[in-house]
Design a protein around this ligand. Sequence first.
Ligand SMILES: *[C@@H]1O[C@H](CO)[C@@H](O)[C@H](O)[C@H]1NC(C)=O
Ligand SMILES: *[C@@H]1O[C@H](CO)[C@@H](O)[C@H](O)[C@H]1NC(C)=O
Length: 569
Amino acid sequence: MAVRDELGRAKSRSTKFRVQNTSSMGWRSTSKHWWLWMQVVVVLVVLASEFGVHGQDLGTWEILLANAGIASMHAAVTNYGTVVLLDRTNIGASQIALPNGTCRDSNDLVLPHDCTAHSVLFDPSTNTVRPLTILSDTWCSSGQFMPDGTLMQTGGDFEGIRKVRTFVPCPATGNCDWVESTTQQLQQPRWYATNQLLPDGRQIIIGGRAVFNIEYIPPSANGPLYFDFLNATNDGQNDNLYPFVHLLPDGNLYIFANRDSIVYNYVTNTVVKTFPRIPGEPRNYPSAGSSVMLPLLASNQFSVVEVLICGGAQYGAFLEPWTRKPCSITCERIVVTDPNPIWVEEQMPIRRCMGDMILLPNTDVLIINGASIGSQGWGFADDPVLNPVRYMPYGSPDARFTTLTPSTIPRMYHSTANLLPDGRVMCAGSNSHQFYTFTGDYPTELRIDAFSPPYLSASVAPIKPTISVYPLQVTYGTPFTVTVSTPSALTTVIELNLMSAPFNTHSYAQGQRLVNLNVGGSVQVAAASVYQITATAPPTPQIAPPGYYMMFAVNQRVPSVAVWIRVTS
Ligand SMILES: *[C@@H]1O[C@H](CO)[C@@H](O)[C@H](O)[C@H]1NC(C)=O
Ligand SMILES: *[C@@H]1O[C@H](CO)[C@@H](O)[C@H](O)[C@H]1NC(C)=O
């Protein structure tokens, strides 16, 4: 009942917003079917009171900070658990001053003398932000962590379009800040590119608007390298931007742009596999779908790779936004490693574009944020989708989606979502306007909030594991032990999952992956429920490129708080 109340309240607050409730499940209460409708209501009320346990089991929302100072467009979680948020310059004054009273004098289009910050560091342990110093335009840039935990951030607009910026994380109380290189720059001007960390520790940077090529950081002597796939997938709306890139366990890259995808061997610069065209809408920027590589599983020795792509905008939604085209309702899933792969279609409970797809530590996928009409672009979307949806990849096909508790904050264009080490998903930003605009239907959003998925509910506390002893660093393929305790005795083997911290921008989390570890079993080491678990580090840097990962212990689909662990050769 509490669930229905919560939905009802959210709906009455803002009837414009898309809140999934019982009346939008496809049933029509025509007089002919009133009796059927009544039966459905009775069943749903019973189900809600049975399983919608006091609003908890469908997740909860909390506002973390009323004003972050900037509207987050790009976000990444560092290995100190802090979150780097970025907006852009050429947007006017933000609502937070640059550190130490500094100002920036430049050719900024809006504010040549700007004393405000366009990046902040959020600390989830205190729910506070600290301004960071970034002086060039990061609009539509890209990024990725390097193996030593440094956030590398590239490109943007105007004077930032060839910039290489680094942020070396520090403890939350520290003073670490951005460094914008004055000596190194990109080989090509880039915005809307995708970065991916490679097994050898380099980053590959793929594409961008009107740049159908690839380059590396550190740069390769023969770059940039022309990449015909990007030319071939370009169309009248440039639907090949922010390509979806997944590093495969064989070391090749799965790359998806517009509606096509390939496996690319970057070592030999050859396309080694071509997939059938995806059904339905274009899925990349500006058509606003999202993608994850499903968890790499120890149970199949990381030999099966599946890619999931959900949502998108109809072709033309970007060129003719006044047509208000409904967003995609489909997810498409493909087994990349199959000899003859095909797309398998599933229907989401709610249409969505600009959704963020976030891997959860228990191997579920959360689809969060976005809209159900339009596409990416300033003012091009409407009907924000407030309900996150959970997709359980290994559930029975007719029961994989669950519609979860709605937020109260629309998060559409230029918003972010990131998994925090405690298992919450932090959401920030949303700016449907070119500049900071606090009027109209969708004012620029400065609030930060977080969604606690059902696995954080108090009802699962008796089985929630806690990691107490663990190594700070592990070497490929070598065994290590972890001590885990649970409030009640274990009934199944605890799993260990490593999760990268991706760079999230424009509805796609660059470099996101979950690597499930081989676990040898648990040995009880104390009278209480304390267990020592023997695990094997990921076998190769192709399966888990070197760097910092959040390691979660998972007991019956309930994750611990993560610890940071460095994977290295
Ligand atoms: C601001 O001042 C602190 C303390 O003196 C210093 O550590 C930090 O580097 C300064 N930051 C900038 C951006 O000048
Ligand atoms: C890009 O594709 C177009 C056709 O769509 C073709 O005419 C052109 O030659 C291609 N560019 C390059 C550099 O191959």
